[in-house]
Design a protein around this ligand. Structure first.
Ligand SMILES: [Zn+2]
Length: 480
């Protein structure tokens, strides 16, 4: 069965056909590293990571590129306010991104390119656009002239006149038209700048993404992702910059996630609602947060809700209970026997597990429906719990173990059961650093210093070790 994916450009689901057989190139618009990542950022990156993991599960070799915009107006403004170099700000928030991405089980990209490391590539593309008659230099800036690119507005489904009326455009005296956008910005006093054919300056916002996508993934990329707030103008501009020089389709599938709403308001930089992930992980385990973010279809808008997060925590706890019940039933020994020799209720049970697995794949094949897919994993868990209560048989431990392995495997495709499914480790088998952290956390808990205890728990999670506080003591699991 074919994988079908919604493409924002064509506004419909299409069969996925890769540019190169067996391979996928995916570009994800990364953070402007000007502040702490918030839940809205992480929703986009978790969705991108889920899509990548599923494509890998389907056997594709995925090259995943996610950039950092490490120079821009806001970074420069913050650096000015703190009296530090802009690089200090960019590096601080790049580190913050990785810290929370690791906690949320978001895999590292194949490459995380930075704008400032691609200045020459950016200048080269701007020059090609100028030479091709799509861009003009004016007053030290260089602008893309959108009237020269007839396809402008196709992604956002707006016509140029509407855009002109509705766009929040920068006022610049040198522009020929208000919608023309800056590819290169002339240097202002005291700001970071690089030499260029147009004098000292720095890149405009969207140009780096066109450059990096083509540099790392070729002129046409399979997937390009980001929040739907990036459709206009960011992605519209990316298309113009790339297709004006290549005359090829820039992106085959535009995948845009719905935005996270907070009491009906869009959580974006502009509204001032700023739910730093740093604050949310103090209240909820990162595994719970990731699970919650994937429990709606990626294209649906999401309400931020503590109640929903708490419900997700309960669902994860129920799954953990299923894991424990099966572990208690089968003990430490690996059950022997073969699934080929099953009969009776064990065979019927195993057939149900296989049917649920097929439904999981069908859900994910239908535009990465993680919400539906999670439902099918929980159906397996429900069957496991029922089968546990049934009469014993020679192959019962074997089928239960295989079903548990299946739940872990499918959970791993979504990256959601990392904290509950891993092998339980004995304290003496832990690496020294991990053992020390576990010890410090025990002390912090005894002293009722919950902030320190939580911070250590997160440090351990980032290292791939998960704690479970049980009445008899804390147990440690290694990430699955
Ligand atoms: Zn971008």
């Amino acid at each position: 069965m074919a994988l079908r994916t919604y493409d924002t450009f064509d506004a419909r689901k299409k069969d996925f056909v890769p540019v190169t057989e067996g391979k996928v190139g995916m570009y994800m618009c990364g953070m402007t590293v000007q502040d702490r990542p918030h839940m809205g950022h992480m929703l986009a990156f978790v969705c991108g990571d889920m899509i990548r993991r599923y494509l890998e599960y389907r056997g594709f070799e995925v090259s995943y590129i996610q950039n950092f915009t490490d120079v821009d107006d806001k970074i420069i403004a913050k650096a000015g306010a703190e009296g530090v170099d802009y690089k200090v700000i960019a590096e601080r928030y790049t580190k913050e991104y990785f810290k929370y991405a690791d906690l949320l089980n978001i895999k590292r990209a194949t490459v995380h390119p930075k704008a400032t490391e691609h200045i020459q590539d950016i200048i080269d593309l701007v020059k090609r656009l100028e030479d091709g008659g799509f861009a003009y230099a004016a007053g030290g800036d260089v602008y893309f002239e959108i009237s020269k690119f007839s396809k402008y507005g196709r992604l956002s489904k707006m016509n140029i006149d509407e855009l002109r009326a509705g766009a929040r455009v920068e006022i610049a005296e040198h522009k020929r038209s208000p919608l023309d956008f800056a590819l290169w910005k002339g240097a202002k006093e005291g700001e970071p700048s690089w030499e260029s054919p147009w004098g000292n300056g720095r890149p405009g916002w969207a140009i780096e993404c066109s450059v990096m996508s083509m540099k790392y993934l070729g002129d046409t990329v399979d997937f390009h992702g980001g929040g739907e707030d990036l459709i206009f103008p960011h992605h519209e501009n990316e298309i113009a910059q790339a297709e004006a020089v290549t005359d090829k389709k820039f992106v085959n599938f535009w995948v845009h996630n719905g935005l996270l709403n907070l009491v009906g308001e869009k959580m974006s930089k502009s509204t001032g609602h700023f739910f730093a992930i740093e604050d949310i992980v103090r209240e909820f385990d990162p595994d719970v947060i990731r699970f919650y973010l994937l429990s709606s279809h990626y294209r649906s808008p999401m309400e931020f809700s503590r109640e929903r997060l708490a419900e997700t925590r309960s669902a994860l706890a129920r799954m953990a209970n299923t894991f424990r019940s099966v572990e208690a039933k089968i003990g430490d020994t690996e059950p022997d026997g073969s699934l080929e020799e099953l009969g009776g209720p064990d065979l019927e049970f195993w057939k149900r597990v296989e049917a649920e697995e097929r439904l999981f794949v069908e859900a994910m094949d239908d535009d990465f429906n993680s919400a539906g897919a999670i439902g099918h994993i929980f159906d397996i868990a429900r069957d496991v719990n029922q089968h546990l209560k049934g009469p014993d048989s020679a192959s019962k431990s074997l089928v239960l173990k295989r079903a548990l392995d299946k739940i872990k495997e499918l959970g791993d495709v979504l990256g959601i059961f990392r904290s509950i499914g891993g092998e339980i480790l004995k304290l003496e088998d832990l690496p020294g650093e991990v053992k020390d952290l576990v010890g410090e956390r025990v002390k912090a808990r005894q002293a009722k210093d919950w902030a320190t205890a939580d911070s250590i728990r997160n440090q351990l999670a980032a290292l791939g070790y998960f704690l479970e506080d049980r009445p008899e003591g804390t147990i440690v699991r290694r990430s699955t």
